[in-house]
Design a protein around this ligand. Structure first.
Ligand SMILES: *Cc1c(COP(=O)(O)O)cnc(C)c1O
Length: 218
């Protein structure tokens, strides 16, 4: 199906208060423009270089979300335009984002990525690491980052009971973090295969790629 039809069908399924991030990684500018023309303005990428190239050539009212695993030495290339970084999973990375944001005189919105899947290939903080980060003096002194919420990826499985359980654990942590950080209102969970489940479990932001743009060839 054409991209615009895919988008229309997804939008008709998800409540209007859920934010849709169109994951355009590996996809060409023409595909992004097709989505743009239907009104889509939020796009997600997982490689800094690719996101920078797209940002340079595409309309400037697009909000770019970095959804992938991020290396510290890449933060500087996107610090002046990135609108939300989903995959923050260490204090060291957060310090670098704070530093680069300060150099551009802005505050960068971030989500802390939690490890909820059973696979050990997926990045993210565990509960102890999260507590440690939030209670650290370094974190409390940062002025150029804003923690807007949490992000997580469920295990890649057909077992809906397991996926549900993982989303529920993330939602629970999210509620706890909200008590501490009032500006925390984004729960980024759900992809093409599991976004309806994620929404049932309290997601406020879904990251959907292949169901919009078709499968990816790497
Ligand atoms: C690629 C990717 C997505 C989108 O995956 P689809 O299954 O194509 O919807 C979502 N989140 C992250 C972090 C990704 O890397």
């Amino acid at each position: 199906m054409p991209i615009k039809d895919n988008l229309q069908s997804i939008r008709s399924q998800i409540p209007t208060n859920i934010t849709l991030v169109a994951v355009s990684k590996t996809k060409p500018n023409e595909d992004i423009m097709e989505a743009y023309e239907t009104g889509q303005r939020i796009f997600g990428e997982n490689k800094v270089q690719e996101m920078v190239e797209k940002w340079e050539t595409l309309p400037k009212d697009i909000e770019w979300h970095m959804i992938g695993h991020l290396q510290r030495n890449k933060v500087k290339y996107m610090a002046d335009f990135v609108s939300l970084i989903h995959g923050v999973d260490s204090l060291r990375l957060l310090k670098e984002i704070d530093k680069r944001a300060k150099a551009c005189d802005r505050v960068i919105n971030c989500l802390l990525q939690m490890h909820i899947a059973e696979e050990d290939t997926k990045f993210g903080l565990d509960q102890d690491e999260l507590n440690h980060l939030l209670n650290s003096e370094a974190f409390k002194s940062m002025e150029n980052i804003c923690i807007k919420g949490l992000m997580g990826m469920a295990t890649f499985t057909d077992n809906e009971v397991q996926i549900k359980r993982e989303f529920q654990s993330l939602k629970k942590t999210f509620n706890e973090v909200k008590q501490l950080l009032p500006e925390c209102d984004i729960l980024s969970m759900g992809m093409s295969g599991d976004y309806m489940l994620a929404i049932e479990e309290g997601s406020t932001m879904v990251r959907i790629g292949s169901s919009i743009f078709g499968s990816r060839n790497y």
